[in-house]
Design a protein around this ligand. Structure first.
Ligand SMILES: C[S@@+](CC[C@H](N)C(=O)[O-])C[C@H]1O[C@@H](n2cnc3c(N)ncnc32)[C@H](O)[C@@H]1O
Length: 164
C-alpha cells in the first residue's frame, strides 16, 4: 500500500469512527474532548457533528487552520501532562465523548502516550462515555467497541467507559 493509500484510509477511518461515535452518544448529555487539535481537521468535523455541544481542545501549540482554532475558553494549551489535570479540575467528569488523535512519527512514543492517557482520562469522563483514538487506549475498566464497517481492525480504536 502506498503512503497515499495509507493516509486516505486513516482519514476515512477517523471520519467513520467519529460519525459512529456521534450515533452512540446521541441524546446523552455531555461535552466533547478533542485531544490533539493539530491542524483542526477532526475538530472541524466534530463541530459539524455536534453543533450544540461544547468541544474542548488540547494541544501543546496552536498549529490549526485559522478557521479551526477554538476560543480561549475551549482550548487547553500545553503538554497533556499539565492540561488534563487542569481540565479535570475545571470541567469535572462530564465528557460524553473523547477523541484522542495524538500519534506522531515516533510509534513507540505514541503508544506510550496513549497508555498514559488511558489512565489519565477517567476523571474527565461521564459514565458510559465513548472514547476513540488513533492509538490503542488500554484501560481495563473500558469495554472495547466494534469498529464501524469499512474500518480495518487496529486502524482506529473505540471504547466505552463504565456506566456511572
Ligand atoms: C496527529 S496530530 C492531530 C491531528 C488533528 N486531530 C487533525 O485532525 O488535524 C497530533 C497532535 O497531538 C499533539 N500532541 C502530541 N502529544 C502531545 C502532548 N503530550 N501534549 C499536548 N499535545 C500533544 C501534537 O502537538 C499534534 O498537534
Amino acid at each position: 500500500m502506498s503512503r497515499l493509500d495509507s493516509a486516505i484510509r486513516r482519514l476515512q477511518a477517523q471520519r467513520l469512527c467519529l460519525d459512529e461515535a456521534a450515533v452512540l452518544v446521541e441524546g446523552r448529555p455531555g461535552h466533547i474532548l478533542e485531544i490533539g487539535l493539530g491542524n483542526g481537521r477532526t475538530y472541524d468535523h466534530l463541530r459539524c457533528l455536534f453543533p450544540e455541544r461544547d468541544i474542548y481542545c488540547f494541544d501543546r501549540r496552536i498549529a490549526a487552520h485559522p478557521d479551526c482554532i477554538p476560543d480561549d475558553g475551549h482550548m487547553f494549551l500545553g503538554d497533556l501532562a499539565n492540561t488534563l489535570p487542569l481540565a479535570a479540575h475545571r470541567l469535572g467528569p462530564a465528557a460524553i465523548l473523547a477523541h484522542a488523535d495524538i500519534g506522531s512519527g515516533d510509534r513507540q512514543a505514541s503508544l506510550d502516550l496513549a497508555i498514559w492517557l488511558a489512565e489519565a482520562l477517567p476523571p474527565l469522563l461521564a459514565g458510559g462515555a465513548v472514547v476513540i483514538g488513533d492509538q490503542p487506549l488500554p484501560n481495563t475498566a473500558w469495554a472495547t467497541l466494534d469498529l464501524p464497517g469499512g474500518v480495518a481492525k487496529g486502524r482506529y480504536h473505540m471504547y466505552r467507559a463504565k456506566p456511572a
